[in-house]
Design a protein around this ligand. Structure first.
Ligand code: KG4
Ligand code: ZN
Length: 363
């Protein structure tokens, strides 16, 4: 009897470790890590699936409705996010050939952005995470633009500098690690993307005007000099440029009402050259100041052909290693949110269900 109890006891211990090992090995072998990422900070509704740190699907529903208004109308943006978000997530899961139950975590843009737009993405992420009982990972939209480089073959080593230029931000960021990013310079008024978009409005171009100006500038010459702002250190300013473009156009159209129509390509080329040279000069200054020669660009304006060309030329002259994201990762997309979320997942940086969207969010 005594021997039998001992046998049962040993069998139980054996079983315990056997099942535990089985569980551990299935956990280790299961497991590709699948993240769903959601981005809804402005006017693009986007979802992506990240498998072990790689984007395997990335879908964005753009909102054309704003183009006729010359800018994003927040109320319309939130309503469009509401109708787009579930179909976009659904398509994304299908593209990736996985089920919702395969997900290990949900990353989402917490801010900065339009509050009404953010609420849709944040609520969807929270609802799904609660139903699936998986972690929630908040992501800073501007970190994500920078870390989009880690979804490419050409990954920059730490530390590197990143010029992040979008519709709402213009920043030079020193990136020390996936979670240690420091702003060295920022705009004191308008962002570079805003300078493109507001110029486009004056020229009668549709919103967003950045890509249109980029195209028209290819056929034009840099013949109209605009003054560059004198801003100290690594900060930027674009509102003075906007005013001088306005005065210039008012003066010229007084003399010739068809001035814009007849000189559109040259105006676009001149404005674009001015904006890009301002950005490149500050990057040179930042590299000299920090001694960092790995230089990246990111954000919607990094899709600009002339900026990309000038970065490559400057890099060749100054011995920089340059990092330029593919066009698909320049403008807002959930892939970049997912990549950032993946590195936060590895560090266990999770949020709980009390997390709220932030229109302004500390970097
Ligand atoms: O990063 P993004 O998609 O959204 C924000 O977070 O703001 O950037 C949008 C901005 C808009 O201002 C748009 O005009 C600008 O990026 N943009 C461009 C180009 N493509 C997008 N600006 C200049 N040249 C481009 N090719
Ligand atoms: Zn953005």
């Amino acid at each position: 009897m005594h021997k039998f109890i001992l046998l049962v006891y040993r069998w139980q211990i054996y079983n315990f470790f056997f099942i535990k090992t089985l569980k551990q090995s299935s956990f280790l072998s299961k497991k590709n890590i699948y993240l769903l990422a959601i981005e809804s900070s402005c006017d693009d509704t986007s979802a992506a699936i990240i498998k072990d740190g790689e984007i395997i699907s990335n879908r964005t529903a753009n909102q054309d409705i704003h183009s006729i208004y010359g800018g994003v109308v927040p109320e319309l943006a939130s309503r469009q996010h509401l109708s787009n978000i579930i179909p976009v997530i659904d398509t994304c899961l299908k593209d990736a050939d996985i089920e919702v139950g395969d997900l290990d975590a949900i990353a989402f843009t917490r801010g900065p952005g339009l509050l009404g737009s953010l609420i849709v993405g944040v609520s969807t992420a929270k609802g799904m995470a609660m139903a699936l009982d998986i972690p929630l990972i908040e992501v800073h939209h501007m970190h994500a633009h920078v870390l989009a480089h880690f979804a490419t073959e050409n990954k920059p080593p730490f530390p590197f500098l990143c010029l992040t230029v979008s519709g709402g931000h213009t920043q030079i960021v020193q990136v020390n690690s996936f979670t240690d990013l420091i702003i060295l310079g920022t705009t004191i008024d308008d962002a570079a993307g805003e300078a493109f978009d507001k110029t486009g409005k004056m020229l009668g171009l549709p919103y967003p005007a950045g890509p249109v100006i980029d195209q028209l500038a290819k056929e034009g010459k840099n013949v109209y000099p605009f003054p560059e702002p004198q801003v100290t250190d690594l900060d930027f300013s674009f509102s003075g440029l906007k005013t001088s473009i306005l005065y210039f156009l008012q003066k010229e159209t007084k003399n010739d009402p068809d001035f814009i129509k007849n000189n559109l390509n040259d105006i676009c080329c001149s404005v674009q050259t001015t904006i890009v040279e301002i950005l490149i000069k500050k990057l040179i200054k930042a590299s000299k100041k920090t001694g960092i020669h790995h230089i990246a660009i990111a954000g919607g304006v990094s899709a600009n052909h002339f900026l990309r060309q000038r970065l490559i030329e400057t890099g060749e002259n100054l011995g920089w290693q340059t990092y330029i994201p593919p066009f698909s990762l320049c403008t807002d997309n959930a892939g970049m949110i997912g990549i950032t979320g993946y590195y936060r997942y590895l560090e266990g940086l999770f949020s709980d269900q009390s997390v709220t969207p932030l229109s302004r969010m500390e970097f």
